[in-house]
Design a protein around this ligand. Structure first.
Ligand SMILES: *[C@@H]1O[C@H](CO)[C@@H](O)[C@H](O)[C@H]1NC(C)=O
Ligand SMILES: *[C@@H]1O[C@H](CO)[C@@H](O)[C@H](O)[C@H]1NC(C)=O
Length: 464
């Protein structure tokens, strides 16, 4: 399955060059950037990875409870060698296991369905919750996260050379500011308190909004400085993939399922009620929504560059914090910067550890995509009886089904404009993955051609 060296060596060199290029910040941009964007501590790159112990020390600044030596449940540097899955015995000799498989998302791409069908494999011990979202959401406790895999650990103990477990936390891929809130706690807490103070002081009158914004904006440098202090304490600015690597090392199999970004963003628009609530339940509403959000996104990219905006849009400036839902759905359809952050965190072996599939291929042949997943994870080929029942199982969604017959098709000119917006990002992703299919060359038309027949597993009109 691995491409020949003649293909990947130039790719790896290309990726390193891209990383180097992304490190260079034009002076005028550095002037504008808030404190923490100027890289107060060394950023982690493919060419300068941190050793496992240094990475753990950095991660411990962000997630102290994970590496708490006195809890008795801190993950070890090396897992039990007889186990396919990352497992260890804690101080009381109890077996603890972490998920080898992470289906990272993205949302609206049928990742829940893929995870559900993978979880039916005889060699897969399912977790108690499919989507614990431990690494990006605040307020999840390490002990509770470990208990998510407690039943799986009991099964794995009986067949350590065969069984694995995994999770499907769909927000792991698109590392927007909201999906990495664990890493920005000082900022979030201090701005939350500030919001209360500014709101309590809110006056009536024409300049009420302007005063409120000035009150919030005045505190942003302090909030950035507090985040920068955390980065300095850690010794490196980490992203969510670094936390996972600090805990599990290279004992991971990361899987992404990506769909034509125009279809994804359209599905998201219709799936979450707040966009329709503001812009209207119509194709025109979507067109207005996308054009408005695109203008904000472009303004950010012009000032800070794509990666900083993809990772920290609303944390960069007050004017972006005020944008309705922070362009989140547009960013979530721009896959390339997020895939790059994951690849960088798992360099140099990321091609062995990260599998990126397309929703359209999964819909056309769920069996072929699942076969790639099983071979990537190292699960045995199932028999025909398994395939018959696994492919006949109903679609799995993370949320309610939507009646797509009541959703208007996207007008051709909207589609052309939206496709045009994502085209360079798709080309970038296709180059990075060395796979032209990530340019989504096939014509989809409308909101997506339903491809239900013979593809019971997933359909491109899947909204979750
Ligand atoms: C570490 O674990 C001990 C024992 O369970 C506990 O008392 C302490 O609060 C924990 N510290 C952190 C930072 O979680
Ligand atoms: C609230 O308003 C008062 C009076 O104008 C001012 O002194 C105080 O600094 C304001 N508080 C905040 C948090 O802006």
């Amino acid at each position: 399955m691995a491409p020949p060296a003649v293909v990947w060596v130039p790719l790896v060199l290309g990726a390193l060059l891209l990383v180097a290029a992304s490190l260079w910040t034009p002076p005028e941009r550095a002037q504008l950037a808030p404190v923490f964007v100027r890289a107060p501590a060394r950023p982690l790159t493919a060419s300068r990875p941190l050793a496992a112990s240094a990475l753990r020390a950095a991660a411990a600044a962000y997630v102290p409870d994970v590496f708490n030596a006195s809890s008795g449940d801190a993950p070890p540097l090396a897992f039990l060698p007889a186990f396919r899955n990352p497992c260890w015995r804690n101080e009381k000799a109890e077996l603890r296991c972490l998920p080898l498989v992470h289906v990272l998302g993205a949302y609206q791409c049928a990742a829940s369905d893929l995870f559900g069908r993978l979880a039916r494999h005889a060699d897969f011990a399912p977790p108690q919750h499919a989507s614990p979202s431990f690494y990006f959401e605040q307020n999840h406790k390490w002990g509770k996260y470990l208990r998510t895999f407690a039943r799986a650990a009991v099964r794995i103990e009986a067949a350590p050379a065969l069984l694995v477990t995994g999770e499907g936390s769909g927000g792991m891929l698109t590392l927007t500011w909201t999906h990495s809130e664990r890493l920005h706690q000082p900022y979030i807490l201090t701005m939350g308190r500030r919001w209360q103070a500014c709101n309590a002081n809110r006056t009536r009158g024409a300049d009420s909004d302007a005063r409120f914004n000035a009150c919030m904006a005045a505190h942003i440098p302090t909030a950035h400085a507090l985040d920068a202090a955390l980065v300095a304490r850690a010794g490196a600015r980490l992203e969510v993939p670094h936390l996972l690597r600090a805990v599990q090392g290279e004992a991971v199999r990361l899987i992404c399922l990506l769909r034509n970004p125009t279809d994804r963003v359209y599905a998201a628009y219709w799936h979450y009620p707040h966009y329709r609530g503001r812009y209207g339940s119509s194709a025109l509403g979507f067109a207005t929504y996308h054009a408005e959000q695109q203008a904000h996104l472009d303004a950010c990219v012009g000032a800070h560059g794509l990666e900083a905006c993809a990772l920290r849009f609303e944390g960069l400036e007050r004017r972006f914090e005020r944008v309705f839902y922070h362009c989140d759905q547009l960013f979530k359809s721009i896959y390339a910067p997020y895939v790059r952050v994951w690849a960088r965190a798992y360099a140099p072996r990321w091609r062995e550890l990260l599998l990126v599939l397309r929703t359209e291929d999964y819909a056309a042949s769920p069996r072929a995509s699942l076969e790639r997943v099983f071979s990537f994870v190292g699960l045995r080929a199932p028999d025909e009886g398994w395939w018959a029942s696994a492919l006949a199982a109903p679609r799995q969604r993370n949320g309610a089904a939507r009646d797509w017959s009541r959703i208007p098709p996207m007008p051709a000119e909207t589609r052309a404009a939206v496709d045009g917006f994502y085209r360079p990002h798709n080309a970038d992703l296709a180059r990075f993955l060395a796979d032209p299919r990530f340019e989504w060359p096939e014509r989809t038309g409308g909101h997506a051609a339903p491809a239900r027949e013979g593809a019971r597993g997933a359909s491109p009109d899947d909204v979750t």
